[in-house]
Design a protein. Structure first.
Length: 121
């Protein structure tokens, strides 16, 4: 299971922000930088939650070689997503039922189109 704090990395204020430390505005990275790449491959994940929508700046989502059988509908809300890696070199990785393997093999654009057109909100 993906820890809840991963989905909220750009929402929750880190402990460092509450400590009595001296940071200039340019050093407060957590207020300035949105997570753009999330690589959670090879983790035996069985599902992803719709909390994925809390990472709207994602351009890369790498979830290959897990135990996923479907993708959360929230992926279609990631308007900046350019690369979605669901492929696997292992015969037992990501046994998707939704979307079908034929869609997955077409790449990111086809997967996102499928999700936007067919998965209910």
């Amino acid at each position: 299971k993906v820890p809840q704090c991963v989905w909220r990395i750009n929402v929750d204020v880190p402990e460092e922000a509450n400590q009595n430390l001296s940071f200039s505005a340019t050093e407060r990275w957590w207020e300035q930088i949105d997570l753009t790449k999330l690589i959670i491959s090879n983790n035996k994940l069985q599902s992803l939650t719709d909390d994925l929508r809390l990472l709207p700046a994602l351009t890369v989502l790498d979830i290959h070689d897990n135990l996923l059988t479907s993708l959360p509908s929230a992926i279609r809300e990631l308007e900046n997503l350019q690369k979605l890696n669901v492929r696997t070199l292992l015969p037992n990785g990501n046994p998707f039922r939704v979307p079908r393997a034929a869609i997955l093999m077409k790449g990111t654009a086809a997967i996102l189109e499928y999700l936007r057109d067919r998965i209910p909100t």
